[in-house]
Design a protein around this ligand. Sequence first.
Ligand code: KG4
Ligand code: ZN
Length: 353
Amino acid sequence: MNQGETGIHDPGTSFRSAGSSISILAIESSCDETSASVCIDGNILSNITANQTVHEQYGGVVPELASRAHIQNIVPVVERALQTANCRLQTINAIAFTQSPGLIGSLLVGSQFAKSLALALDKHLIAVHHMQAHVLANLIDDPKPNFPFLCLTVSGGHTQIVLCESPTRMKVIGETIDDAAGEAFDKSAKLLGLPYPGGPLIDKYAKDGNPVKYKFPEPKIDGLNFSFSGLKTAILYFVRDEKLKNENFVAENINDICASIQSRIISILLNKLKKAADETGIKNICIAGGVSANSGLRSSFEEMGVKEDWKTYIPPFEYCTDNAAMIAITGYYKYLAGIFEDLSVVPFARAPF
Ligand code: KG4
Ligand code: ZN
């Protein structure tokens, strides 16, 4: 587990001169969404995302196809983000981009584009960690959490509990030792014959299902870490055994199966989040990442917040799944702290906080 502090330095200087506003153009290209956003003084004025449908037929993201689609999408997406914000490139103060983690070819498209713009326009360049940006999506709209806060960040590749002390100081205090929560949703969906990404479909079917109809195991993992691989195996054998008795079992019980799987993923997540809140004594609690779009997780999280006397925060849907607005808000706070990169900066497929 990475328990180190952020690799970035907070020099404590403010780069804001009196009366002037700060405009950030942000680019997100870590996986299969090409997204651009304009943020002025911490307010998001545009957040334009092009989704890539080309992967659907393959049941998962094909990295090379993702890179090519980013190349096609990036200019129109950035142009639309600027138009929607009624903003000209010349008035931008800094270009922020996702540096890591992600698919390296996809990250290269966004980072090279950002570096080229920064060079050509002589603007500041800001590198953003995608998982830190998911956390800071909670700082986009009011009400915003006070520091320190805890954030359960649940995405397709990561599941983390993050202790956030300031926009530039955060550390991972718990994370998955195998699959991410999003993978647990997507792999379960695949076992049920649902198309990729299955998370939103499990959410949809679960709405009409009985969450206590089928019992799936909760793993016993030490500390604040998570594990989802046992759940996947349990679902695999459960579906196989039930199909031997009735080959239409999945189709006939899809709502109850999805509700039961979803309920177990949520209880694994929220039990660890409660443990983290108890151990740290922190009561400002956020969720973030693609899986925080899940309606069952959102409502169970709110219910737990009422029971535990937490102040709870959930980003709006459009800031949960991958988007450039979260890169822009993170870029804004890094700008305030004076954290910039030179043109030698490179992306990384994996990088600790
Ligand atoms: O954060 P994200 O958009 O991309 C990554 O950085 O990974 O998260 C994508 C993940 C996928 O696994 C997708 O199935 C899951 O978020 N997801 C959901 C829902 N919407 C997206 N999972 C469950 N319920 C949803 N409504
Ligand atoms: Zn993400």
